[in-house]
Design a binder for this molecule. Structure first.
Ligand code: PLP
Length: 387
C-alpha cells in the first residue's frame, strides 16, 4: 500500500464510523463563555474547574514573569532552563503535598511517558486500571515491561493480578478522578494492596488536584493516601498547563538522570512557573470556589435526576451523559450548540466502543442559571436520542 492510500483508508474509516475529529478555532476565552464561529456559547466542555485561567492575579503573574525572564526558557532544565521561579514552584508544590520533592514537566502527557519509561524495565510488570488515560496506557504499551489491566476501580481484580508473582518490580497505575467518567478511584484500598504485595503505586490526579481535599490537595490527600508517585497536571484546575511528579528524594534524583522528557526537551517558560505559583496560591485559598463548584455539581445532578437523565456514578465536575453510538452523541452535542451551549461529544477510541457520550464539565465560574439552562436544553434535546 502506498502512503497516500494508507492515509486515505484510515481517514475514510474514521469518517464512516462518525469518528472523524476536527478542531474549531476558539476566538478567545475558555471560561464560563467560549467564542467560536462568531458566536458566544456557555462553555460546558473545558477543564478550568475553578476559572483560574481568567483570574486577574494569575494573568498578571504571567505578564510579570515574562517581563522579568523573557518568554522562553532557553533550554532544558539541565542546561539553562531551570530558574528560581521553577525552583520555588517545585518547593511550594512539594510542601503543599507533603512530599520531599516535586519535578516539573511540560505536560501531563510528557510526565506520564517519562516516568513510566524511566522506571520500568523488561521483567517488570505494570498493572493499570483499564480506563487509565491514553498517556498512561500508551506509555505502558511502549514499555518493555509486561502490561496487565485490572477492571475499572475494582481492587479485587487488582489483587488477583498482584497475587501472581513477578520477576522484577511491579508498578500499579490509576487515576484519582477518571477523565472521561468522573468517578473516583478507591485509592486507600488500592494502596493497601500494592503495599502488601510490594508494588509501587502511581496516581495521576489530573482532575482531582485543586478541586478535592483540604486546600485542593487532591484525591490522594482526601483519601489519606500517599502514593510513591503522584502526578499533578496544571491544564485543568490550575487553568494553565504543565505537570509535576511528586516523589521521594532518590526517585527525583533518578528521574533527573533518566527521564528523557526532562533532559531532551525545553523546560517550561519561567513565566509559566510564575503563573503556576500564583495559581497555587489561589488554589490553596479557594474554598469559596470549591464550594461554588460543589453547589453547581449538586444542582446539575439533582435536576438531571428529576428529568430522568441517566447519570453516572460521578460526584466530580465531570458529568458524562452516556449516549451509546457515535451519531446520536454528535447530534445531541449539535442540538445543544444550536441552543448556545458548547459541549463535547467524546467517541471511541477515547472511550470504549458503544459508550460515546457528552462529557459535560461544570466549573466554579458557572452561575446557577447556566446549570438550569443546560438542564432545560438537555430535556428539550434528548428527545429521540436513543441509548
Ligand atoms: C489531561 C490529562 C493528562 C494530560 O495532561 P496534559 O498536561 O494535558 O498533557 C494526563 N492524565 C489525565 C488523567 C488527564 O486527564
Amino acid at each position: 500500500m502506498t502512503w497516500s492510500a494508507r492515509i486515505q483508508t484510515a481517514l475514510d474509516e474514521r469518517r464512516q464510523a462518525d469518528a472523524f475529529r476536527q478542531r474549531r478555532p476558539n476566538a478567545g476565552g475558555n471560561g464560563r463563555w467560549i467564542a467560536l464561529d462568531d458566536r458566544r456559547y456557555l462553555n460546558f466542555s473545558g477543564n478550568d474547574y475553578l476559572g483560574l485561567s481568567q483570574r486577574e492575579e494569575v494573568i498578571a503573574a504571567w505578564q510579570q514573569g515574562a517581563a522579568r525572564y523573557g518568554v522562553g526558557s532557553g533550554g532544558s532544565g539541565h542546561v539553562t532552563g531551570f530558574t528560581h521561579a521553577h525552583h520555588e514552584l517545585e518547593q511550594q508544590l512539594a510542601d503543599w503535598q507533603g512530599y520531599p520533592r516535586a519535578l516539573l514537566f511540560i505536560s501531563g502527557f510528557a510526565a506520564n511517558q517519562a516516568v513510566v519509561a524511566a522506571m520500568m524495565q523488561a521483567d517488570d510488570r505494570i498493572l493499570a486500571d483499564k480506563l487509565s488515560h491514553a498517556s498512561l496506557l500508551e506509555a505502558a504499551v511502549q514499555s518493555p515491561a509486561q502490561l496487565r489491566r485490572f477492571a475499572h476501580n475494582q481492587p479485587a481484580s487488582l489483587a488477583r493480578l498482584l497475587e501472581k508473582s513477578a520477576v522484577g518490580e511491579t508498578l500499579t497505575i490509576t487515576e484519582g478522578v477518571f477523565s472521561m467518567d468522573g468517578d473516583t478511584a478507591p485509592l486507600a484500598e488500592l494502596h493497601h494492596l500494592t503495599r502488601r504485595h510490594g508494588s509501587g503505586l502511581m496516581v495521576d490526579d489530573a482532575h482531582g488536584v485543586g478541586v478535592l481535599g483540604e486546600q485542593g490537595r487532591g484525591s490522594c490527600w482526601q483519601q489519606g493516601v500517599k502514593p510513591e508517585l503522584l502526578v499533578l497536571t496544571f491544564g485543568k484546575a490550575f487553568g494553565c498547563s504543565g505537570a509535576a511528579v511528586l516523589c521521594d528524594d532518590a526517585t527525583a534524583d533518578y528521574l533527573l538522570q533518566f527521564a528523557r522528557h526532562l533532559i531532551y526537551s525545553t523546560a517550561m517558560p519561567a513565566a509559566q512557573a510564575c503563573t503556576l505559583q500564583a495559581a497555587l496560591t489561589c488554589i490553596q485559598q479557594a474554598d469559596d470556589l470549591r464550594d461554588k463548584l460543589a453547589a453547581n455539581i449538586a444542582r446539575f445532578r439533582t435536576g438531571a435526576a428529576q428529568l430522568g437523565l441517566r447519570l453516572t456514578d460521578s460526584s466530580s465536575a465531570i458529568q458524562p451523559l452516556i449516549v451509546g453510538e457515535n451519531r446520536p452523541a454528535m447530534v445531541l452535542a449539535e442540538r445543544l450548540r444550536e441552543r448556545g451551549m458548547w459541549v463535547s461529544a467524546i467517541r471511541p477510541p477515547t472511550v470504549p466502543p458503544g459508550s460515546a457520550r457528552l462529557r459535560l464539565t461544570l466549573t466554579a465560574a458557572h452561575q446557577p442559571e447556566d446549570i438550569d439552562i443546560l438542564l432545560e436544553s438537555l430535556n428539550g434535546c434528548s428527545h429521540g436520542i436513543s441509548e
